[in-house]
Design a protein around this ligand. Sequence first.
Ligand code: 4AZ
Length: 286
Amino acid sequence: MRPSLARALIRPLVLAATLTAIPLVGAAPVAADSVVVGGFPIDVSQAPWTVALSSRDRFGGTRAGQFCGGVAVARTTVITAAHCLAEGVLGAPPNRVRDLKVIAGRTHLLSSEGQEIAVQDARVNPGYDSRTNTGDFAVLTLAKPLPQSAVVAMAGAGDPAYKPGTQALVSGWGDTTGEGAYARRLYAAHVSVLPDDQCARAYPGGPDGTFQAGSMLCAGEAAGGPDACQGDSGGPLVAAGRLIGLVSWGSGCGRQGSPGVYTRVSEVVRGLDAASAGRKLPHKGS
Ligand code: 4AZ
């Protein structure tokens, strides 16, 4: 098992796109069979807020251009991870990626189920720090509205869904093995919200990153197993019917003692409130 996988995985699908013959060199084995890792296949109707971010120009068509997850939080608003929109991932600032789309209502990436909607505007949290992973969120405005039934509520600060021990569901089309086996259909896994002190002990600082309770939460199981993995980034962690996390980072996938780390959605709510109060989030790269 290699100790510092997370950094290497921050731009995973760029590797997949540009080095297709070399899938995720050095990826560590995982304990469990499979999710997102350690998960199970679901139909998108079971987590209809889960969307795929796509650019076929950048990532090719074999998986409909999917490179990250996202979450519908209003009919024309999708949130995702800031690191998904990094120039190193997209090859350009997100507002310059002509075919940047959200795929919604689709279980199998290569089916024609659901819809593909153009991203009209992409804004990266100006407080995002790519070195520490803090503030790892971005806001996409869609060119057309999604059905209201696809929208999930965001859990604000103090929501009981953040309580340790809460059962949550993470969903996405990411790696199901930790070895670069990107899914063509949607998977999900059950994970428990872990106490902040346990997350801080797992990630005290160093090459994998530092856990910061103010802007992150972590989730997993004591024995490892179910977890998000690369390609799931930006996707939802939902508990008690509310969105509590966005897949952000971690050390490998499904490893005992290395829980998945998520952007704390109450921080996203704060960011959106600041933006609507007139403090506009600047365009990435402007
Ligand atoms: C990634 O690099 C990534 N096991 C996402 C989630 C996790 C690790 C890495 C959590 O996108």
